[in-house]
Design a protein around this ligand. Structure first.
Ligand SMILES: [Fe+2]
Length: 509
């Protein structure tokens, strides 16, 4: 028998996925709220040449479930060509549904390619902050394209100073590669505290997102640029793999379902991305004219379980090697996503293909020649298949971007990492973290010592990476803040690299 709650949930997702609610935007128009319902700010994302997704969530009491009755609320939105809204080009209504924590995901169609827009929301007599966004350029555009990528923003370990600096950049896009929240408390020298303990339930995940999203610098960066997002493990649970938690907890798929739903509710993703039970497909591609195609991956939801774990555990391990590690049947993306990626690469006519994924892809032998099984080193056959798909094209200029390791790393990607002289088939740049603490220095020293294809690595700074894609080259700046523990830290270029078109591998700029 289908439970009432489940029925309501699936009905709501059906309705939200259709045009029904847009045409008959139901629900009372609340006249006033007991306090500002837009405390979590606004965001935009998934930029296409003629559309963009606008996001907000009504939450007058964000850290305590939102503070609204479980009724739908009508929200109006406006899109203008100017910041003062004299030239409004689109208007519409959306329903903030209680089933989705009163979040709004308005997919605005009929926009012009490559243009800046400003947007805002209204609910009753409340007005949201104004956001700025930008559509993707026309299909045949050869304009340079500028983006940043970032990851890992442990709230307790540092301020979001990196986001404040990012908001001052001149960008077409921000890509966030995961660990947007952390499900549990860890690390040293906390500058502030989470709103609660480790999160398991939908209500708890919602409050965790609300805690993170209450940060003014993060809100500023969301309000300045469209974002493309994917997730890593901490949006659910450290080192989880598919349906398995690191500590083998029971009913993990229920927890994953809650976590995925909260992710959807807090990200500028289209309504069609709403999760179904414990599943949520988020891998997808974005074109930015002829300059770039972004292939955005999900390496968590479909991966094979981690090899050779510690006894009684399922999460990551440092291992000398075990036969299972090299099993050609192992996959980190899942076979369907692998097939999709091969096709997406093959069909691309872009000057640059950017593979946006979670973690360091290059082989990274640690001290004593050990492999870390949570990363691509736990799935070497899958990595090889991906890099073959990258290199099997006549023209292949591919940048792989990643996060997770809380360190910068710049690497040559090779079909055979054990042969230092073998051909480089793609260029990798791994970002550091926004605020999460770096690994011990000896880990990063081991990257450099044991892996000649890793040309640069640093764990000392938090920040992000800025990339400008041009017709003939890509310029990469590793942007570093002085300290995540000081909210008004300055920013600098830690290092700069150039990738020449037709010559994979980063060179010092
Ligand atoms: Fe992280």
């Amino acid at each position: 028998m289908i439970s009432r709650r489940r029925f309501l949930k699936s009905t709501a997702s059906l309705l939200l996925g259709s045009q029904f609610l847009q045409a008959f935007a139901a629900g009372p128009s609340l006249k006033s709220f007991k306090s500002d319902p837009f405390k979590l700010g606004v965001a935009s994302g998934s930029p296409r040449p003629e559309s963009v997704v606008l996001w907000t969530r009504l939450a007058p009491d964000p850290l305590k479930g939102g503070g609204l009755n479980p009724e739908p609320i009508k929200v109006k939105w406006e899109v203008a060509r100017d910041e003062s809204f004299h030239k409004i080009v689109k208007k519409g209504e959306a329903t903030a549904a209680p089933q989705y924590a009163h979040s709004v995901h308005a997919e605005v169609q009929g926009l012009e390619p490559g243009k800046e827009y400003w947007y805002r929301f209204f609910a009753g007599d409340a007005k949201s902050p104004v956001g700025r966004t930008k559509t993707a350029p026309t299909k045949d555009s050869h304009n340079p394209f500028r983006f940043t990528f970032a990851s890992c923003q442990m709230y307790e370990q540092g301020y979001y100073t990196a986001h404040r600096h990012m908001a001052q950049e001149d960008l077409d896009l921000v890509v966030f590669l995961g660990d947007y929240i952390y499900e549990h408390s860890w690390g040293h020298n906390h500058v502030r505290k989470h709103e609660g303990h480790e999160v398991y339930t939908l209500d708890q995940y919602r409050n965790r997102y609300a805690c993170y999203k209450s940060d003014a610098d993060l809100q500023l960066c969301h309000a300045r640029f469209p974002w493309i997002v994917t997730w890593d493990d901490h949006e659910v649970d450290n080192d989880y793999a598919n349906d398995l938690a690191e500590d083998l907890e029971a009913n993990f798929l229920l927890r994953r379902a809650a976590a995925y739903q909260a992710f959807y509710e807090h990200m500028p993703l289209p309504p069609s991305f709403a999760p179904h039970n414990a599943d949520m497909k988020i891998y997808q591609a974005f074109d930015f004219g002829r300059m770039a195609r972004f292939h955005v991956l999900d390496d968590r939801q479909y991966r094979d379980h981690e090899v050779c774990p510690k006894p009684g555990r399922a999460g990551s391990n440092y291992i000398n090697d075990c036969a299972e590690r090299k099993d050609p049947k192992r996959t980190i993306l899942g076979w369907e996503q692998e097939k999709w990626l091969s096709k997406s690469l093959k069909d691309s006519h872009a000057t640059w293909d950017v593979i946006a994924q979670q973690t360091l892809m290059a082989q990274s032998k640690r001290n004593g020649g050990k492999f870390w099984t949570d990363g691509w080193d736990g799935y070497p056959a899958a990595r090889r298949r991906l890099l073959e798909a990258v290199s099997n094209r006549p023209v292949a200029d591919t940048l792989v971007i990643g996060g997770d390791i809380h360190s910068y790393a710049v690497a040559d990607l090779k079909l055979d990492f054990d042969k230092p002289n073998s051909k480089t088939v793609a260029t990798e740049v791994c970002g550091t973290s926004i605020s999460s603490e770096g690994p011990p220095p000896e880990d990063v020293n081991a990257f450099l010592k044991n892996n000649p294809h890793i040309k640069f690595a640093s764990r000392d700074y938090r920040g992000y990476v800025r990339v400008t894609l041009n017709k003939n080259k890509a310029d990469v700046s590793l942007r570093a803040i002085e300290s995540e523990k000081i909210s008004d830290s300055k920013i600098k270029d830690l290092a700069k690299f150039t990738v020449q078109k037709g010559r994979p591998g980063a060179e010092n700029a």
